[in-house]
Ligand binder design. Structure first.
Ligand code: GRF
Length: 203
């Protein structure tokens, strides 16, 4: 299965997907393209180092967000990918893009959704004072972090946590969970029924 990865930042999740899936010939999963919306995203360097084709697409170069999404869609189709994996991608898609790839866009989020959606999940978690947070992997729908949840893992919030220490422990779980979920998708184990995603272990 060919996948496209979209990233805006450091790309530690991308690196795990490269190491555990792309480089493992037995996984049957190839990262066919990595697209970034910031030229300087370190994720693009990681992809280049792995020999994966990369593109940097800047929203400022397009008249509107639909046109920007259309360019991303074009690049994805050129590389013939079945699923779009968001790994720290910070832009929202417009509804036509989401409709086109319904249940084929997967995102990872550093909280237990529906708690703390949006771009500031970790500081929001600390501000609120919850004792348990975690990681959510979900399909993308038209809302902000509202799509059907595929998998979640809890992470304890410690009394002396700051943003950096908590995010670091969350990322340890992200790096375990994301490759697993992408494998489930590739193996046809994810069945979506309304808001529910069932993982069919025996599929
Ligand atoms: C992760 O914490 C992910 O949950 C969020 O953005 C961060 C990306 O980290 N969506 P990285 O670029 O993969 O290191």
């Amino acid at each position: 299965m060919k996948i496209a990865v979209l990233a805006s930042g450091s790309g530690s999740n991308l690196q795990v997907l490269i190491d555990q899936l792309h480089r493992d010939e037995n996984s049957g999963i190839e990262i066919a393209v990595v697209i970034g919306d910031r030229k300087k995203a370190y994720a693009l360097t990681r992809a280049r180092n792995a020999g994966v084709p990369t593109y940097s697409v800047d929203a400022k170069d397009f008249p509107n967000r639909e046109a920007f999404d259309a360019e991303i869609s074009r690049l994805i189709e050129v590389h013939d990918t079945e699923v779009i994996v968001l790994a720290g991608y910070m832009k929202l898609f417009q509804p036509p893009f989401v409709r086109k790839y319904r249940n084929r866009i997967i995102n990872i989020h550093p909280s237990l959704l529906p708690a703390f959606p949006g771009a500031h999940a970790v500081p929001d978690t600390l501000k609120y004072g919850v004792k348990i947070t975690g990681v959510t992997v979900h399909f993308v729908d038209e809302g902000i972090d509202t799509g059907p949840i595929i998998a979640q893992v809890p992470v304890r919030v410690l009394d002396d946590d700051d943003e950096e220490s908590l995010h670091a422990r969350i990322q340890v779980e992200e790096h375990r969970l994301y490759p697993q979920v992408i494998k489930w998708f590739a193996e046809g184990k994810l069945k979506v029924s309304g808001r529910k995603v069932i993982v069919k272990e025996s599929a």
